[in-house]
Design a protein. Structure first.
Length: 197
């Protein structure tokens, strides 16, 4: 008789894992770059950059908009120029789409790079051996969002302070959590009843 309860508990945990684990949608190039940047920071005795989902969204939007620009413009290290979100023309649109409070982006840094075919060694060098290195070496930056499109890679560095945390209003995550819990409870009950049959 205890078997059905084990199945019910296992089912609830399996569903919880599926509901609450973040989807694995990131590309290998993005994950590899973040891993390389974190190795670089470790060599500088700095903590690794935590993945920031909202900064990821912004980085994806910027990369998507840049995809039609020629790569020759920014491939040379001398042309690599970081920017503040306020310097990006369509940043308000990106922030709205990604549900980011614009007041939480002022201290962030946006670092786009264009490398043909996103060759990993060249990508990492464009970040660690350019003007971007000073930001990667700055301990104020604790998080990162990474996005890519075609030959473009964009890294958005975030801070732990409210001016660079990329927080949203919080309402959407609360609503999603409540509905996730309700759905999880209903599925757990359905699986429990199914196993008992």
């Amino acid at each position: 008789m205890s078997s059905p309860s084990y199945f019910s508990i296992f089912g609830v945990f399996a569903i919880a894992f599926l509901f609450f684990s973040s989807p694995v949608l990131s590309k290998d190039e993005e994950d590899n770059l973040l891993q390389g940047l974190n190795s670089y920071r470790q060599a500088q005795n700095l903590p690794p950059l935590a993945k920031n989902a909202k900064a990821d969204c912004i980085a994806e939007e910027i990369a998507d908009d840049n995809k039609d620009q020629p790569c020759a413009v920014t491939t040379a290290k001398s042309n690599v120029v970081p920017s503040r979100p306020s310097q990006i023309t369509k940043f308000m649109d990106y922030a709205e789409k990604c549900k980011v409070d614009i007041n939480t982006t002022t201290d962030a840094i946006v670092m786009p790079v264009c490398v043909p075919k996103l060759v990993q060694t060249l990508l990492l060098a464009n970040y660690t051996h350019s003007q971007y290195a000073k930001y990667l070496n700055d301990s104020r930056f604790v998080g990162a969002g990474v996005g890519s499109e075609d030959d473009w890679m964009v890294v958005v560095l975030t801070t732990g302070a409210s001016g660079g945390s990329f927080e949203g209003s919080g309402t959407e995550s609360l609503v999603a959590s409540v509905w996730g819990c309700v759905a999880l409870a209903l599925l757990g009950l359905m699986i429990g009843n199914f196993v008992r049959l």
